[in-house]
Write a protein that binds this ligand. Structure first.
Ligand code: FEO
Length: 168
């Protein structure tokens, strides 16, 4: 391949973004695993929500992938861990989803801090989209967690929420 003629990225930011591709695709795996569990539990609305979320995570991974390529940087994809596959209840799955999003928020903030320290201005602009997106991600998972807590052991409420999430 030709040597890049663009302003090079610092190694630290490049490596951290490469790592984040893996975390975004791992997130896609986590939600796909949850989708499978919901399908098996005859809750197609929750499964639909999770499938939709899984696709969004792949798009997030591709944003990092394309950003590195646009900057003329190499992309070395890393192995993705196996996700969990056993959930005690719909609430358990969504609580785990929310915890997972909080962890991703922390990773995005660390990446942003790194881009600031390294004076990587394009990376800061690109990452600011993710900072905002994480607010939305935590909000949408929190909404479902709170409604599942309201539903408690009421299966009718659970089925109503399932029907609503099918329209996501
Ligand atoms: Fe890519 Fe759900 O954050």
């Amino acid at each position: 391949m030709n040597e890049s003629t663009q302003t090079p990225m610092g190694e630290a930011v490049r490596d951290a973004m490469g790592e984040q591709i893996k975390h975004e695709f791992y997130s896609a795996y986590v939600y796909l695993s949850m989708a499978a569990s919901f399908e098996a539990a005859n809750l197609p609305g929750f499964a639909h929500w999770m499938r939709h979320q899984s696709k969004e995570e792949m798009e997030h991974g591709m944003k990092f992938f394309d950003f590195l390529l646009d900057r003329g940087e190499p992309v070395h994809l890393q192995a993705i861990d196996a996700p969990p596959h056993a959930y005690r209840s719909a609430l358990d799955a969504f609580e785990q989803a929310l915890e997972h999003e909080k962890e991703i928020t922390g990773r995005i903030h660390d990446l942003y801090d790194l881009a600031v320290r390294e004076k990587d201005y394009p990376a800061q602009v690109m990452l600011s989209w993710f900072v905002t997106e994480q607010v939305e991600e935590e909000k949408s998972a929190t909404e479902v967690v709170e409604r599942l807590r309201l539903a408690g052991d009421d299966n009718t409420a659970l089925l109503l929420l399932d029907a609503e999430l099918a329209r996501r």
